[in-house]
Design a protein around this ligand. Structure first.
Ligand code: ZN
Length: 368
């Protein structure tokens, strides 16, 4: 067995062990505090609700462990087991130029991944979420979502893949800089297009009609010196009873979106506090910071891909005998997380700091 294959397997096994260990710690900690509502929450959370939240967390962690193991097995099969190589042969047999064959190769591997992930996705929605009373998705909605998701993946994923493969094979030795610029353009385009074009394919968005809540929100926006063009309500209840709120868009085009489930489960002052937290991420410039760091990380990623794509051991060590741009792209996307998980605690710590800052901001501008 080649050295890089061994390095890859050791890193994968280490990741698996650490993930399972962390999940087990989390399960034990949650179970230990299952029967005691934390100080400060006793007035708003009942013992029964608290215990249910603990059981839900434990159940989700357990499914998570099954998923880690399953995903690792699939990854070994795709790489060392020859799955990527085999799908590449099938894609090449379809005819067409190398860009078309390469795009079919990448889409083919992701189609296999999506198919293999389907049973767990069905289990999560119709067994796990159902058992805790959160699921509102009907089999029909689930199927329509899958079809729409697959069609979008084929369309957007296919277009981006074809574009990157074309740049890889025709933009010279510094293609990775060109590919990164194209990727940045695509990311910005999606930031604009997602709320306008794609999100409405899955959900209905209606302007917030509740005038009392609207003026409460306007007052909060004014206090924080914030401008948002519009406030929408999304029919999240179509799929689940979990509530959420988010901002989309950039600059003056920002819009606020509330899940209808959030508006029915929280009182107006609570909704205001949730919004104040989300607002803080903009006011404290977390959003642009994340954009810049995301851009730098993807630049580093493309540089690494550019370097790896020229190393024969990168292909042969991961079960692909013939080097190609599509194989480089696939191996990079699937194999790098096996190594980069080592730096995820850094990003987690950074994200935690942002969340605490946003909470402090929300407590200052709204009801703590
Ligand atoms: Zn947050």
């Amino acid at each position: 067995m080649q050295l890089f294959s061994i390095v890859f397997l050791v890193a994968l096994l280490a990741h698996l062990v650490v993930q399972a260990w962390l999940a087990r710690r989390q399960i034990m900690s949650v179970a230990q505090h299952r029967n005691a509502v934390p100080d400060g929450f006793a007035a708003v959370v009942s013992a029964e609700e608290h215990a249910k939240a603990a059981d839900y967390t434990v159940a989700r962690q357990k499914v998570g462990i099954v998923e880690f193991i399953f995903d690792a097995a699939v990854l070994v099969w795709l790489t060392l087991g020859g799955g990527i190589a085999r799908i590449g042969e099938i894609a090449a047999g379809l005819g067409g130029g190398h860009i078309i064959a390469g795009t079919a190769h990448v889409l083919g591997v992701f189609a296999v991944l999506a198919l293999l992930g389907l049973p767990l996705s069905i289990y999560r929605t119709f067994v796990l979420e159902q058992r805790f009373g959160f699921n509102r998705t009907s089999p029909r909605v689930f199927m329509v979502d899958q079809i729409k998701g697959w069609a979008l993946g084929l369309l957007l994923g296919g277009a981006v893949t074809a574009c990157v493969l074309w740049i890889m094979t025709s933009a010279g030795p510094n293609w990775w800089i060109v590919a990164w610029l194209a990727w940045m353009f695509f990311t910005l385009l999606m930031t604009w297009a997602w709320p306008r074009v794609f999100a409405p394919l899955f959900n209905r968005f209606t302007p917030l009609e509740d005038q009392a809540l609207r003026s409460r929100i306007d007052a909060l926006l004014e206090r924080c010196g914030f401008h948002a063009k519009s406030v929408f309500v999304m029919d999240g209840s179509k799929r689940s009873s979990h509530g959420n709120a988010y901002f989309t868009g950039l600059g003056r085009e920002k819009r606020i979106v509330f899940f209808d489930t959030l508006l029915t489960s929280l009182t107006p002052p609570q909704v205001e506090s949730v919004l104040a937290h989300e607002l803080a991420h903009f006011r404290l410039r977390h959003v642009p910071q994340r954009l810049v760091v995301g851009a730098l990380v993807s630049l580093a990623g493309f540089a690494l891909l550019g370097w790896l794509s020229l190393r024969p051991w990168f292909y042969s060590g991961l079960g692909v005998p013939v080097a190609s741009a599509a194989a480089a792209l696939l191996l990079f996307m699937l194999a790098t997380p096996v190594f980069t998980w080592l730096i995820t605690p850094l990003f987690a710590a950074w994200s935690r700091r942002h969340e605490f800052e946003a909470d402090a901001f929300a407590a200052q501008y709204s009801d703590a």
